[in-house]
Design a protein around this ligand. Structure first.
Ligand code: NI
Length: 217
């Protein structure tokens, strides 16, 4: 069962590995992530936030589960252009209730695969741009609190201590495994051959029928 993990869960500091197969398992995971995101009233959710060390995230800037046409999936995203910069308030589902101003590129171009395996590019500005940069950071193990200036950091400190305390208490009660176990589990997921991770062979065994083959990435 997937669930959103909170700071300071080590998955949030994990540099994730690329997705190698777009298959039924990935489709199901993406669906589950959208549902978790809507339940938490978020607009974006990265795989790291559900303790999966793989490079993809989901967005729906409307946060409205009825607006399925606004759902976007970014697989192995790469921000290829950044233009200018702008500061605005930001929050994160893994740091619930914490909002601080963060400076980001104003406009970006992002290249990624979609869920059908097409290589696509999006030019993004405003909230779209900010959300993509925030989620792409998650895949590198980065959080928006890493960008806070000293004043914003002081205002965030108490909340961060609370998150830390709540998390360590849950570990002491045995509700969350020790960090070293969590890291071992993440390492294990990234080191397994692709067939164990995703349920399909790591290499196409034969020149694949293009209609049958999962999209190589
Ligand atoms: Ni976030």
């Amino acid at each position: 069962m997937l669930q959103i993990v909170n700071y300071p869960h080590p998955a949030l500091r994990y540099a994730s590995r690329p997705v190698t197969q777009i298959d039924d398992a990935l489709h199901a995971t993406v669906r589950a992530m959208f549902d978790l995101m809507y339940a938490a009233k978020g607009i974006g959710l990265a795989a790291n936030q559900v303790a999966l060390p793989f490079r993809f995230f989901v967005l729906n800037l409307t946060a409205d589960p009825q607006q399925k046409d606004q759902e976007k999936v970014f697989i192995n995203p790469e921000i290829v252009k950044r233009h200018s910069s702008i500061e605005d308030e930001e929050g994160c589902l893994s740091l619930p209730g914490l909002y601080e101003k963060v400076r980001r590129a104003r406009r970006i171009r992002v290249r990624c695969y979609d869920l059908e395996g097409n290589l696509v590019e999006h030019d993004a500005d405003e909230l779209f741009s900010r959300a993509v940069q925030h989620e792409a950071d998650h895949l590198d193990g980065k959080l928006f609190i890493d960008y806070l200036d000293p004043q914003a950091m002081r205002s965030a400190e108490e909340k961060l201590r609370e998150f830390e305390l709540t998390y360590r208490q849950a570990q002491r009660r045995g509700e969350i495994p020790p960090d070293e176990d969590l890291v071992r589990r993440l390492d294990g997921m990234t080191q397994l051959p692709a067939d164990v991770v995703s349920g399909v062979p790591p290499e196409p065994p034969a020149p694949a029928d293009p209609d049958q083959a999962p999209a190589p990435l």
